[in-house]
Design a protein around this ligand. Structure first.
Ligand SMILES: Cc1cc2nc3c(=O)[nH]c(=O)nc-3n(C[C@H](O)[C@H](O)[C@H](O)COP(=O)(O)O)c2cc1C
Length: 196
């Protein structure tokens, strides 16, 4: 069974620690046999959520595209940074817009409902973005995503990665292996795909 897993980071900064964490998640998920789609939110720019804009122009096409990607994958992994003890606006704004998509080409969709999801967090500091991860978990649970318990939280992002992008800390490497295994197992339980 080959689950399809969507992976993205909650930062579009060049050299982002969350981007490096998402890269490692991508690599490990692929090693464990998942079919991974890695995207950047930079390719799906969205205006700030505004219900007047939504009434006038509808949900932006990029939100519909992202909702389609959620819908077309068995699981989603988000690697989030932490801003002021919480979720960065890039991530929250994307979630808010995606949550407004109820139809794609006339077909009803519920992008988050029952979606198997995993979270990683990272930060420049000692706390590894755990507050952001906790807030994001609460938001996603509120919109009925099925967020798995294992979470990889990377402290001191500036010194956490080797030149080749690997984690320096073996506990983080093992944590990522466990997270990816759990995510694949959950995705397979929810929507088993038989490989061709
Ligand atoms: C607006 C803002 C608020 C931040 N707040 C926090 C914070 O609450 N906790 C923390 O550990 N780091 C905080 N940082 C520092 C980030 O951890 C650091 O900039 C990190 O590199 C951002 O993630 P990225 O590397 O994935 O882009 C903040 C950064 C910004 C720009």
């Amino acid at each position: 069974m080959t689950p399809k897993i969507l992976v993205f980071a909650g930062s579009i900064r060049s050299g982002a620690y969350s981007g490096k964490t998402a890269d490692l998640a991508h690599k490990e998920l692929a090693v464990q046999g998942a079919d991974v789609t890695r995207i950047s939110l930079a390719d799906y720019p969205l205006p700030l959520m505004d219900e007047d804009l939504e009434s006038e122009k509808g949900v932006p096409q990029n939100a519909v595209k992202l909702a389609g990607l959620f819908d077309g994958h068995d699981a989603v992994l988000i690697a989030t940074p932490e801003y002021n003890g919480s979720i960065p606006p890039l991530v929250k704004n994307a979630i808010d817009w995606i949550s407004r998509v109820s139809k794609i080409d006339g077909r009803p969709v519920r992008p988050f409902n029952g979606k198997v999801m995993a979270l990683c967090s990272s930060s420049a500091g000692h706390f590894a973005g755990i507050r952001s991860g906790a807030h994001l978990r609460a938001v996603l649970s509120h919109i009925q995503a099925d967020v798995i318990a294992p979470q990889v939280s990377v402290p001191n992002g500036g010194s956490a990665f080797e030149e080749n992008g690997a984690f320096k800390d073996d506990r983080l490497r093992k944590g990522m292996e466990r997270l990816c295994k759990t995510l694949i197992d959950h995705a397979n339980l929810k929507s088993p795909r038989v490989s061709a």
